[in-house]
Design a binder for this molecule. Structure first.
Ligand code: ADP
Length: 450
């Protein structure tokens, strides 16, 4: 039972390392904060102690300096003691001058005059006895020690006051209340712990959110799986469509050889055109899945693109002429570029095909040039419907088609330019568009010299 719980916990932690990091943070951050706060408090207390000890030492020095001539005059001493306390030393709760009497000490002068003549309470285990012992062996040196009285920390300082013959007859005992100082640092501590609680709450909230993120991550993984399944299905379906399409086109070819009348020939032509369209669509879908999965292969060759451009331009002579368009290729000597010949033809077919498709009247021109950078430029220009600046931004996105009155009757998938851009990029080329709506478009390819 316990081992199963442990294994499950271990598996969960391995699968969701984010949770572990957060847990570690949830423990480490408050622990570090707690540790630094404690250190800070300790150092502050030590500093405060040191400060108060030296203050009392100084104060006792001053007292001795002003009073040592009159150690036999309790009235005078008490007046001096009260003077010191009134001068911003309200935290002194007891200031006694004691006289040694055998092993006891009698109050000779005090801030509390009524205690004059009383015996000092027996020295119990609060460290005072040790302080007196030290004061005896080190005349005139103050010895301080902490003890608690009514829940408050007291700093007790004891010092011997030798007379002019060096006899240790008088002692000084000062109790300084550290209550105020402690209350201030306790308040600081309370503030620090409130921040700590806030931090812990924040981390817990983060943890809760993290759990949500894990849900999203699982969902995302599942969606990715579904997406992959969809891609696989589309690619398989497209593949399977190819064979019957080839058969249909084959039969259309065979029928064309038979002696059939003109209307029959027209019907056959329509079937062939539809089959060609379908074939192109299937080709596009297969290309998209190949590009997405990085399965498209490129057989790069160092070649002069001129003959391939001429080939593509020639293949569009008839469709262009059918629309009354002039299609021209303006040739120029070019350096070789490193591209796949089939793929360069494929992208040119897409661009020249689009130019013819989206140009109702006028001309389509393919022109080449060598740029100052040495790159080869192939520019496909048309005098067609053009593309607005807004549409140009999204033109190379998958499935993007411009929607307006001019394009509504033209069919297409919005895949051609995406495929073209991917192939161009894979062959280290660039593709850009320059267009004015209603005037025409230029699609510009550039490739580095081989
Ligand atoms: P399709 O032609 O199948 O719609 P493409 O990806 O080839 O897809 O083109 C995307 C869109 O870009 C087209 O729908 C068309 O609106 C616009 N387009 C492409 N080429 C041209 C062009 N030469 N002139 C005007 N618009 C064009």
């Amino acid at each position: 039972m316990l081992t199963e719980l442990f294994t499950r916990g271990f598996r969960f932690a391995r699968e969701n390392p984010q949770i572990l990091y957060t847990l570690v943070l949830a423990i480490l951050i408050p622990a570090a904060f707690f540790w630094t706060s404690e250190q800070f408090l300790r150092v502050t207390r030590e500093n405060q102690d040191r400060l108060e000890r030296s203050r009392i030492a100084l104060l006792s020095d001053a007292f001795v300096m002003f009073s040592h001539e009159r150690f036999d005059d309790p009235e005078y001493l008490e007046q001096k003691i009260k003077g010191i306390i009134n001068q911003d030393n309200e935290n002194i709760v007891r200031f006694d001058i004691l006289m040694a009497s055998g092993s006891d000490f009698v109050v000779f002068a005090s801030n509390d005059s009524s205690s004059r003549g009383q015996l000092l309470a027996p020295l119990v285990g609060d460290g005072t006895a040790e302080q007196f012992a030290q004061a005896r062996t080190h005349p005139n040196n103050p010895f301080s020690n902490n003890y608690f009285f009514a829940g408050e920390r007291m700093l007790r300082t004891v010092r011997s006051l030798p007379d002019s013959q060096g006899e240790l007859t008088h002692y000084m005992l000062v109790d300084y209340s550290m209550g105020d100082a402690d209350r201030v640092s306790q308040k600081k501590m309370r503030d620090a712990y409130s921040i700590l609680v806030l931090i812990v709450i924040l981390i817990v909230v983060m943890l809760a959110r993290q759990a949500k993120i894990i849900d999203y991550a699982t969902l995302y993984k599942r969606l990715e799986g579904v997406d992959r399944m969809k891609d696989d299905f589309v690619s398989m379906a497209a593949h399977e469509l190819r064979s019957p399409l080839t058969v249909i086109r084959g039969y259309v070819d065979l029928l064309g050889d038979l002696s059939i009348d003109a209307s029959g020939k027209q019907l056959l032509k329509n079937i062939d055109m539809a089959a060609q369209q379908l074939n192109a669509l299937v080709g596009d879908i297969l290309d998209v899945s190949k590009l997405q999965e990085g399965r498209m292969s490129f057989k790069l060759e160092s070649l002069d693109p001129a003959e391939h451009i001429a080939m593509v331009v020639d293949s569009f002579k008839k469709p262009a002429a059918d629309k009354g368009l002039t299609l021209t290729y303006i040739d120029t000597p070019l350096p070789k570029i490193s591209v796949d010949p089939d793929r360069i033809r494929q992208i040119l077919i897409n661009l020249v095909g689009n130019a013819v498709k989206y140009t109702p009247s006028g001309s389509v021109t393919v022109k080449t040039a060598v740029l100052a950078t040495g790159r080869v430029e192939i520019r496909v220009s048309d005098t067609g419907m053009g593309i607005s600046a807004e549409d140009q931004k999204k033109l190379f996105q998958k499935f993007y088609r411009v929607k307006n009155v001019d394009t509504e009757k033209i069919t297409g998938t919005g895949l051609g330019l995406w495929i073209t851009a991917q192939i161009v990029e894979a062959m280290k080329g660039t593709i850009t568009v320059e267009s004015i709506r209603g005037k025409g478009s230029d699609f510009i390819l550039t490739f580095p010299p081989a």
